[in-house]
Design a protein around this ligand. Structure first.
Ligand code: AP5
Ligand code: MG
Length: 214
């Protein structure tokens, strides 16, 4: 099963994608997580991506597209995957469709996690992320068992550099301009499913499971 997660920054794409990956035993592929891992390791890709990410802009396709296509060509993707944060523009979606159609494959579902802008800023300022395993928490809604420490791997939790309110605002603008058109793109392909992302995270997951099947 090949799934794309759509939705504004902070809508809960990563939170839901991790649960989907676990239940359906497919890899969770987040381009944002890949960039952040590269930033942490101090790679050349990380240095270049950080310049854009810190400003709330999209990382250029020249750094993004091949990275993603190489990742989905790996052996662990044979039974599908859940993409989180890719595609983010119509050109990225077209490149992905082209690459898949050469293999006689296609995306099965594009799931839009719908959350109004008003809810987003509040969510982002409360988010804490694990730099080591990528798990995400929320100070109020989904707190870690021990303050500042990841439940899953024991590493330190941080506030992402791009979660400052002014950067979040820019990311929302970029989302509306460049990513939201994908909702029409996948509606026209007949694979768009929308879930209400303002519900509790387990309720949202329940709605997703009723779409994907047990
Ligand atoms: P990326 O890492 O993909 O960030 P994003 O799209 O802005 O989304 P987020 O990860 O911020 O939010 P999310 O929807 O995953 O929400 P989460 O589950 O964490 O990208 C970062 C940057 O990398 C981009 O700005 C860009 O520069 C670059 N980039 C990445 N991919 C790219 C691409 N393809 N092309 C070009 N550039 C690219 O949840 C948010 C918070 O809410 C958490 O605290 C969570 O615990 C909480 N929460 C989740 N669900 C609920 C719920 N139901 N109720 C209450 N709280 C909840
Ligand atoms: Mg995310």
């Amino acid at each position: 099963m090949k799934i794309i997660m759509l939705g504004a920054p902070g809508a809960g794409k990563g939170t839901q994608a991790k649960m989907i990956a676990e239940k359906y035993m497919i890899p969770h592929i987040s381009t944002g997580d890949i960039f952040r891992a590269n930033i942490k390791e101090g790679t050349e890709l990380g240095k270049q991506a950080k310049e854009y990410m810190d400003k709330g802009q999209l990382v250029p396709d020249s750094l993004t597209v091949n990275l993603l296509l190489d990742r989905v060509a790996k052996d662990d993707c044979k039974n599908g995957y859940v993409l989180d944060g890719f595609p983010r523009t119509i050109p990225q979606a077209e490149v992905l469709d082209e690459a898949l159609s050469k293999l006689g494959e296609n995306i099965d579902y594009a799931i839009d996690v719908d959350v109004p802008d008003e809810n987003i800023i509040n969510r982002m300022s409360g988010r804490r992320a694990c730099v080591t395993c990528g798990a995400t928490y929320h100070l109020k809604h989904i707190p870690p068992k021990k303050e500042g420490i990841c439940d899953k791997c024991g590493s330190e939790l941080i506030l992402r550099d791009d979660d400052k309110p002014e950067t979040v605002k820019k990311r929302l603008d970029v989302y509306h301009e460049q990513t939201q058109p994908l909702i029409d793109y996948y509606t026209n392909k007949g694979i768009l499913k929308t879930v209400d992302g303002t519900k509790d995270m387990l309720e949202v997951f329940g709605d997703i499971v009723s779409i994907l099947g047990n």
